[in-house]
Design a protein around this ligand. Sequence first.
Ligand code: UTP
Length: 484
Amino acid sequence: MYRHGVDSMIHGRTPDEKRLIQTVHDHGQEHLFRFWDSLSGKEKDALMRQIGTIDFELVAAHRRLLSGAEEADTAVHTLDPAPCIPIPRDEAGRKRERRAREIGEEAIRAGKVAAFLVAGGQGTRLGFDGPKGCFPVGPVSGKTLFQMHAEKILAASRRYGVTIPWAIMTSETNDAATREFFQEHGWFGLDPGSVIFFSQRMIPALDGEGRLILDGRDHIFMNPNGHGGSLLALYESGTIGRFEARGVEILSYFQVDNVLIRIVDPVFIGYHIQAGAGMSSKMVQKSHPGEKVGVFGIRDGKLNVIEYSDLSPEDAEARLPDGSLKYGSGSIAIHLIDTKFVRAEAEDGFRLPYHTAFKKVPYLTDSGDLVDPDTPNAFKFETFVFDALADTSSPVIMEIVREHEFSPVKNAAGEDSPATARRDLSNYYGGWLEAAGVPVPRDAAGNAAVPLEISPLFALDREEFTAKAAGRELTINGSLYLEE
Ligand code: UTP
């Protein structure tokens, strides 16, 4: 179909490029060269460079997966509920929590904990032009997600008298814009030397025939390789080595979209250290059996997150004698990951499984027109960080209160949107104000009726707020915002 055989193309290319051109043909992907004759020298080089980043053996494995020749390893064989540390409900639980907090605080003070943000995603559902972290979400201040996270890290650094380093994973699609944003905003008061950016790898999507997709005459469509790619990227970028050199042992992993995230939570860290875990996770109770969230479970003897689509209707509905859902531990993408664990995974070759999703991917027609399809047309492949839980010994799963720690910005409207995030922030800070004796107007649904916001630099948690609020005249006038 295409005019180019290997021989006509290799003229003038380097030996490595010749091998690459041969590989492309051997893998039946020669359509990538269909605009070759019309490309300038620079464009040819760009295409060859991008092809050089592709793992064609992996592409072949994905083609086998799509053709059904290889089965996806998502089938559930045996499944048991995962044990977890519940929210303390009695004095014994609170005592355990106090002890964990002490241990966690000691580790933070000793400089053993870093913050780790994954922000390499494409944020397609939100549809915001730019990295998702630049999205303004503060209910009163209009602060961006990045600024909110930065202020929490700065506040924790001040509280514990230590610089908490912050690693931020980007991807090719948003790396430059993310770095520029931090620079423009003076790293939000953080020490620039302690904010470390690095990018994850990209991976090509495949069309229905298992072919790589051109979205430019000299460019192949690729997407970031999933948040599971963060482990490999931490290692490949040398970030793990840098952390180890400065004595960091634990990474407080979070995602860019959660406005209520508690970064470097001492209680969680304490439990993780006590258990000697390599990786640990927080969880919330599922709100109802049909909630579309993955759940923690012991699958074939190993801790894992079972995607909601892989959970049978019977298991999704099953209840324990106390009436709670048997598989009710919802995964919310908040983890602790040991630097040692990342290194061990690296030495083991990072064998996280790939998950497939059928998505809309722009493509060039044979005549070179770019089409932005209205319906899904291609398969994207991603690894998920929680799949690494299966490789860790004695992981901790800790239950938290959803309204205190989890409200993600995923969609432009409806659930998990900027509107729900602002509502949840106002409700959360409203709870602090009420605990300090400040009346908060509430609507019929019980939500704060006015926007409320307290900067992490004013108070990092409710205890600090209560102490600072004592003796102050606080009134809500249409809204309330407290800053440093
Ligand atoms: P999501 O799964 O919500 O994906 O990512 P997304 O790309 O942000 O949004 P959609 O699905 O396109 O609408 C959860 C978190 O994982 C990060 C995201 O940046 C977000 O913090 N992520 C996701 C990565 O860092 N890399 C990836 O390849 C995918």
